[in-house]
Design a protein around this ligand. Structure first.
Ligand SMILES: Nc1ncnc2c1ncn2[C@@H]1O[C@H](COP(=O)(O)OP(=O)(O)OP(=O)(O)O)[C@@H](O)[C@H]1O
Ligand SMILES: [Mg+2]
Length: 363
């Protein structure tokens, strides 16, 4: 019988949960469900990214909310694929990141999810809290996906990069000689999403259409690119802790229209990613893109423009649709945990060594 896992991912965009049914032997996905968060839960998760009153109580309730949202998506996925829950070895559940401060001896990272409640509601083994062991071993706890990207997208005799365009952008570097690198590059969609929500009341800028009506402000772009995170050497990871609306607000100058800001934010994503890629992997010939940002035609076109000679393609062209890759990675990490294998790559996260990632709430 196939080794079936379910991967559950809800990323920094806070757009909801992606769940996939993953065959751990074939490394293939045979079902996918996306469900948006209820707006009250989304608002609370967003609010919990910044310090506020009664955080412990609110975080506990939100962790219950995430568990219930995940349990709903698992039920939908099992139903849609006609899979009995007894066929699932485990759920790999990311949880919702609300703080990511991995630096130094007191480093920590917080993904809200009541794993016990999720196990109780689904009757399936839950593997969660997948980042904190790497942080405990002095790593960044992120990105965790490069090892999975290597397993599914790696090629012999070719330098391949994989770019996930979620709330944050992260690159995996699959070198032809077998080495695997990777790091967070900076914002992908989180600033664009926040800006269009503030000015147009929309969740995101579909296909970059609003950005296309503006002009890139080179002065603003230079100010944004001066953020030291962009030039910092890996290992590095980031989140809404750094790239939040106030970060942008503090750098805005008069005379740049809202659509020009949007155009500049799209260019910021394209430039920060491609600058980082060219310096980390000068001989790259293929860039495989996943995450919701890969649906943004204008962003994909800018990536191609800035990387002459590099084939830029959505991950679907390589077997996994763009919305399934990250969720599949967390199913794969649950499989690694269940098989007592390490999940991290110390060369990526900076951890002191290989570590088995996650903790288990048995069904
Ligand atoms: N058609 C589209 N055009 C432009 N942007 C889109 C489109 N569809 C999705 N997006 C963007 O993708 C985002 C969701 O992407 P995704 O789910 O990969 O991010 P995420 O949840 O932050 O994931 P992660 O943190 O795991 O990378 C949306 O918030 C939106 O900004
Ligand atoms: Mg998402």
């Amino acid at each position: 019988m196939a080794a079936l896992y379910i991967g559950l991912m809800s990323g920094t965009s806070l757009d909801g949960t992606d769940a996939v049914l993953f065959d751990g032997g074939q490394l293939t996905v045979s079902g996918h469900v996306h469900a948006p968060f209820a707006s009250a839960l989304r608002d609370e998760l967003l609010a919990l990214n910044t310090p506020g009153d009664h955080e412990l109580h609110r975080a506990a309730l939100a962790a219950n909310g995430v568990a219930r949202a995940y349990a709903d998506v698992v039920a939908q996925l099992l139903e849609a694929t006609g899979t009995p829950r007894s066929h699932i070895v485990a759920l790999g559940a990311h949880g919702q990141t609300v703080r990511h401060q991995p630096h130094g001896p007191d480093g920590y990272t917080v993904q809200l999810l009541n794993g016990a409640l999720l196990a109780e509601q689904t009757g399936i083994d839950v593997v969660c809290d997948l980042r904190s062991r790497d942080v405990a071993a002095a790593g960044q706890g992120a990105p965790l996906v490069p090892a999975f990207h290597r397993a599914v997208f790696g090629a012999e005799n070719q330098d391949v990069a994989v770019l996930n365009l979620g709330g944050i952008a992260n690159l995996s570097l699959l070198h032809a000689d077998g080495r695997t690198g990777g790091f967070d590059c900076g914002p992908a969609n989180c600033l664009m999403d926040g800006w269009i929500a503030q000015h147009r009341g929309l969740a995101f800028d579909a296909d970059g259409a609003w950005a296309a009506t503006g002009r890139v402000s080179l002065a603003l772009l230079a100010t944004l690119l001066a953020e030291p995170f962009f030039a910092a050497a890996p290992p590095k990871s980031t989140g809404r802790d750094l790239f939040h609306p106030a970060w942008l607000q503090a750098r805005l100058t008069a005379g740049v229209t809202p659509e020009d800001v949007q155009a500049t934010l799209l260019e910021l994503t394209a430039r920060s990613v491609t600058d980082a890629l060219r310096s980390a992997m000068p001989a790259v010939t293929r860039l495989i893109c996943c995450g919701g940002g890969a649906r943004n035609g204008r962003l994909m076109a800018r990536l191609s423009d800035l990387l002459p000679g590099v084939q830029v393609t959505p991950s679907a062209a390589h077997g996994l649709p763009v919305d399934q890759v990250e969720a599949a990675a967390f199913a794969w990490l649950a499989q690694a945990f269940q098989n007592k294998r390490p999940g991290n790559l110390p060369a990526v996260t900076g951890a002191a060594g290989l570590r088995r990632l996650g903790c288990l709430y048995p069904a």
